[in-house]
Each structure stands twice: as structure tokens, then as C-alpha cells.
Design a protein around this ligand. Structure first.
Ligand code: FAD
Length: 300
């Protein structure tokens, strides 16, 4: 990247711009090299002015939320990593609807719905991350997923703000179809009227369930692989004899075999090698091709 482009990127942003920012601390797996630029736009207008320069100069970019579903390779990311943490506004709308920005954390969202007696999103309790990440991944649990409860999703597509009604969104298990480089800005959720106390009890109940079933004790990114149709990835990995299997400091959790954990000082390469081994062994054992749920980004 030329000095001229670098200077224009830095000058385009009112928010924060960090250079050579290590990405490991921005992910729950705690691996990965640096980003050339790490931008935190101050608001949507600031994001749009940054994106105008990024698109004009053809600079590669990657939007991140909380980094709870992200494996960054050891060489990091050549280009601009954009955090939407400042797009964190929530607004209560009529008829039990709620607008939330991409940077709102799931925890803040749950606090808000609890306080306002809005029912439906309780299943998000214990799923870490942001609204942007939850929408992009169609995060879910207990048979429910977040896009089911949206009325519309607002995105930034080739520099233009677009609002798409739920009926026109294409989504499925842990996926939302977005155009190349499309950025999720916000969503309107259509929820139900509920009793605040009951909603909070449900949120706490789901959290307690996770504390018991997912106490893996080391940095992880939740389920590493998607569940194949009608199967559970953890069971396939277990049946392939991989519980506790370790490469370098990356390990198949002893507690939950679809969680890969960082036992301390792991490299992204350790996780990639371990993931490859798991896929091969599961394929040999039962002929099923596992697919990563975790998004793998960056360069070696
Ligand atoms: C302990 C643990 C338990 C978990 N349990 C669950 C679970 O039960 N169910 C579940 O579904 N997930 C679960 N996860 C995975 C993770 O919490 C979800 O995928 C979550 O939605 C990720 O949100 P995030 O903000 O961290 O996204 P990130 O990890 O930062 O990003 C995920 C992907 O979305 C893209 N992205 C993020 N924000 C935007 C945006 N605004 N616009 C465009 N693209 C964007 C990123 O580029 C990346 O490709 C778990 C993770 C952990 C660590």
C-alpha cells in the first residue's frame, strides 16, 4: 500500500485508527497476526467516509464484531480491519419493535429487552458477540436463530445504505447471504410483549445451562464446526477418537469436543492443522465432510 493511500485512510476517519494492530486480543481464540490498519469509526457517517476511500483505492477490508467466531491467520490482515463498536445505539419502536446498531453487544441487547419487557431474544443469552456478528452468522441456540426475529436489516453495500425486509433476506443455519463486502449496520427486531421478570429469569436460565455445559476453561470460539444435517459435530469428533487431541497448543476440548481451545501460546497454524486432522478423521470414520462455522481470515 502506498504512503499516499495510507495517509488518505488515516485522514478520512474522525474516529480511532491504529496501525499494525495485533488482532489476537480482538478474538476469543487469542491467535492471529496484526492488521495494517484497525479502524474504529466514530459513527455511521464516519464509516461511510472511510469506506469511500477504501472502495476508491481498492483497499482490502474486513469488518469485525466481538471476534468470537473468528480465526485470524498468523500473518494477520493486509488492509483495514473495521470495528463497528461505536455503532451501538438502541431505540425502542412502537409495537414491541427495537432498532439496534451492529456494534451493540448481545449482552446490552438482552439487558434492554429485559428492562423493556420485550420477549423472543432470550435464547441469545450466553452467545457472546455483537448484533452485527449475530446477524451475519445468524447466531442461534435452542432451535431459534436471530434472523427469524428481524423485521429488516440495514446494510452498507458498495457505499450505499440499503434496508432489506426479512422476507427478502436469504438466510439459513448460521448464515446470512450478503453481497461481496456488504456491511451490516443495524436491524429492526420484531418482538413480543412479555413480563420483564419472566424474560430475565429465562435469560438467567439459559446462561446457567451454558455455565454447566460449556465450562471449557480455555480461550475458544464456541462450536468450531457446523452441525451436519441431522448430526451433531461434537459426537462425530468424539466418535473419531479425537477428544483431547492436541497439535501444538491447540486442543480438542476434553469437555466439549466441538470446541477447540487455546492451551496457551497457540498459533493459528496449530488450529488450522488440528481442524484439518479432525475433518480427515471424521471423513474416514463416517464419510461426513465437516464444515467450519468459525470464519478463517487473513494471511499465513
Ligand atoms: C463460548 C462461546 C459460545 C458460543 N455459542 C454460540 C451459540 O450457541 N450459537 C451461535 O450461533 N454462536 C455461538 N458462538 C459463536 C459466536 O458467539 C457467534 O457467531 C457470534 O454471533 C459472533 O459475533 P461477533 O460479533 O463476535 O462476530 P465476529 O466473530 O467478530 O465476526 C463473525 C463473522 O461476521 C463478520 N461480521 C461481523 N460483524 C459484521 C458486520 N457488521 N457486517 C458484516 N460482517 C460482519 C466477520 O467478518 C466474521 O466473518 C459462541 C462463541 C463462543 C466463544
Amino acid at each position: 500500500m502506498t504512503g499516499d493511500i495510507s495517509a488518505r485512510l488515516v485522514a478520512s476517519l474522525a474516529g480511532e485508527m491504529r496501525l499494525a494492530e495485533p488482532l489476537a486480543p480482538h478474538t476469543s481464540l487469542k491467535v492471529g497476526g496484526p492488521a495494517d490498519f484497525f479502524a474504529v469509526p466514530a459513527d455511521q457517517a464516519d464509516l461511510q467516509s472511510l469506506m469511500a476511500i477504501i472502495l476508491e483505492t481498492g483497499t482490502p477490508y474486513l469488518v469485525v464484531g466481538g471476534g468470537y467466531n473468528l480465526l485470524v491467520r498468523d500473518g494477520g490482515f493486509r488492509g483495514v480491519v473495521v470495528s463497528l463498536e461505536q455503532l451501538n445505539e438502541m431505540e425502542l419502536l412502537p409495537d414491541c419493535r427495537l432498532r439496534a446498531g451492529a456494534g451493540v453487544t448481545n449482552r446490552e441487547l438482552l439487558r434492554f429487552v429485559g428492562e423493556h419487557g420485550l420477549a423472543g431474544l432470550e435464547f441469545l443469552s450466553g452467545i457472546p458477540g455483537t448484533v452485527g456478528g449475530a446477524l451475519t452468522m445468524n447466531a442461534g441456540a435452542h432451535g431459534r436463530s436471530v434472523l427469524e426475529l428481524t423485521e429488516s436489516v440495514t446494510t452498507l453495500k458498495a457505499g450505499a445504505v440499503t434496508v432489506t425486509a426479512k422476507e427478502r433476506l436469504r438466510f439459513g443455519y448460521r448464515r446470512l447471504e450478503l453481497g461481496p463486502g456488504e456491511i451490516v449496520l443495524a436491524a429492526v427486531f420484531a418482538l413480543g410483549a412479555g413480563d420483564a421478570g419472566e424474560i430475565e429469569r429465562k435469560i438467567e436460565g439459559y446462561l446457567e445451562h451454558r455455565r454447566n455445559s460449556q465450562r471449557v476453561g480455555f480461550p475458544n470460539a464456541g462450536s468450531f464446526f457446523k452441525n451436519p444435517e441431522g448430526k451433531q459435530a461434537w459426537r462425530l469428533i468424539d466418535e473419531a477418537g479425537l477428544r483431547g487431541c492436541r497439535i501444538g497448543s491447540a486442543q480438542v476440548s476434553e469437555v466439549h469436543t466441538n470446541f477447540l481451545v487455546n492451551r496457551g501460546g497457540a498459533k493459528a497454524a496449530d488450529f488450522l492443522e488440528l481442524a484439518q486432522l479432525i475433518k480427515e478423521k471424521v471423513r474416514l470414520q463416517c464419510g461426513i465432510e465437516l464444515e467450519e462455522e468459525v470464519r478463517i481470515v487473513g494471511v499465513d
